[in-house]
Design a protein around this ligand. Sequence first.
Ligand code: C2E
Ligand code: MG
Ligand code: MG
Ligand code: MG
Length: 284
Amino acid sequence: QADIAMYQAKAAGRNNLRFFDPAMQASIIARTAMEQALHEALNAKQFRIFYQPQVDAEGRIYGAEALLRWEHPTQGMVSPASFIPLAEETGLILPLGHCVLENTCEQLVKWASLPGMAHLTIAVNVSIRQFRQDDFADQVLAILAKAGANPARLKLELTESILALDLQDIKSKMTRLKAQGVTFSLDDFGTGYSSLAYLKQLPLDQLKIDQSFVRDILNDVNDEAIAKMIIALAASMGLQVIAEGVETTLQKDKLLDLGCANYQGYLFSRPVAIDEFEALINSR
Ligand code: C2E
Ligand code: MG
Ligand code: MG
Ligand code: MG
């Protein structure tokens, strides 16, 4: 293989740039295949939305985060961690993200007529690539209107990466959506590099403590200090705070002690298919 690649590179001539690193060539081929597979998956409707409960201090479910899954015909459920980055790079995240918003808004409408479900909110992850589109706010409002969903039940999760965009632009998109009732959460908070001066200018509703600080919160004084700081920051900015990745009662109790009263994590439930999520609500 290496010989062939080297031969091809030589044959192409000294002044022509060719990939002659077989490992690099293999990874490019794999990437192209993956990109192709993602396109096919979208056409074949192989993407599913799973719902992970969000609970309050009393353990009551008040909402869910929508998490994308790829139901691969041979590999089973594929985690978004393995395809979102490529979907972002290739732009496929745009139709995919649009689909997620349409689906979740339709779900909100179904719940709206059910007494035990009408109060539920859905948090949807939005990538910077989606948010960057000039007409992002209009798209979201059009999807909400088409479905007939209450914007106040939709929460959009942004990450600190959006702070790379023009601040006025971010603010105007958020403000336009907030005027209709849409709320915003800052996901994975503490892992990016937000300038607090920027942060305070964003019309946010919630900070989400990243699971990397929750994992060792009982044993690592630095993680505890960071969680504490985020909770204090949220309180002083008048924002709600939620912790992700809560797996044990001890972690939950610790967070409650520190003043965080909203949680998401395996302690309560893994992300589950819609039927299972509804069964969870109905069983309470
Ligand atoms: P995220 O938004 O920070 O979502 C939280 C991740 O933590 C999810 O991984 C969830 O399954 C996982 N998780 C929840 N509870 C626990 C727990 O107690 N312990 C541990 N160890 N993990 C827990 P998932 O579903 O694999 O999603 C990974 C990331 O993919 C998400 O991170 C989000 O950034 C991205 N993503 C998922 N769905 C979408 C989507 O529709 N659009 C976009 N743009 N990104 C998405
Ligand atoms: Mg999220
Ligand atoms: Mg997160
Ligand atoms: Mg995360």
